[in-house]
Design a protein around this ligand. Structure first.
Ligand code: FES
Ligand code: FES
Length: 151
């Protein structure tokens, strides 16, 4: 039995310790906003925050979470920057098919938490691990800048 903090709540999961956090979120806890893409930490679709840092949940065993706090796309709107990013995404209609976008938003929020006014270089560096098959990269960059400028 593992007890982990997710979006401010204590949640329990009866799983093996090597079960990836992504499986716990989606299959055990029903938090399906975080997506499975590649399963090998190469696409970013499964990105969540662990103590505020973006982490690929497909490669994080639940036993390694410990006392750290997990934030998922379901909880990110509770933070001021998370709310601004989500609003900017909607205002600019960033999303196409949507599959990658939970991960994109989680990486964008982590960037803005550490850099309130990122330039293109900083944005590209922070977002390089998040793949979008629909090619929404230009709108993602605009969304980050809009959120940085107040949403
Ligand atoms: S599903 Fe985790 S990085 Fe692709
Ligand atoms: S919006 Fe379709 S993969 Fe990114």
């Amino acid at each position: 039995m593992f007890e982990i903090s997710i979006n401010g709540n204590r949640r329990q999961a009866q799983v093996d310790g090597d079960t990836p956090l992504l499986w716990v979120l989606r299959d055990v806890l029903g938090l399906t906003g975080t997506k499975f893409g590649c399963g090998i930490a190469q696409c970013g679709a499964c990105t969540v925050h662990v103590d505020g840092s973006p982490v690929r949940s497909c490669r994080l065993p639940v036993s390694a979470v410990g006392a750290r706090s997990i934030t998922t796309i379901e909880g990110i709107g509770a933070s001021p920057i998370g709310a601004k990013v989500q609003k900017a995404w909607l205002d600019l209609e960033v999303i196409q098919c949507g599959y990658c976008q939970s991960g994109q938003i989680m990486s964008a929020v982590a960037l803005l938490e550490g850099n309130s006014n990122p330039d293109d270089e900083a944005i590209d560096a922070a977002m390089s691990g998040n793949i979008c098959r629909c090619g929404t990269y230009v709108r993602i960059r605009e969304g980050i800048k809009r959120a940085a400028n107040g949403g």
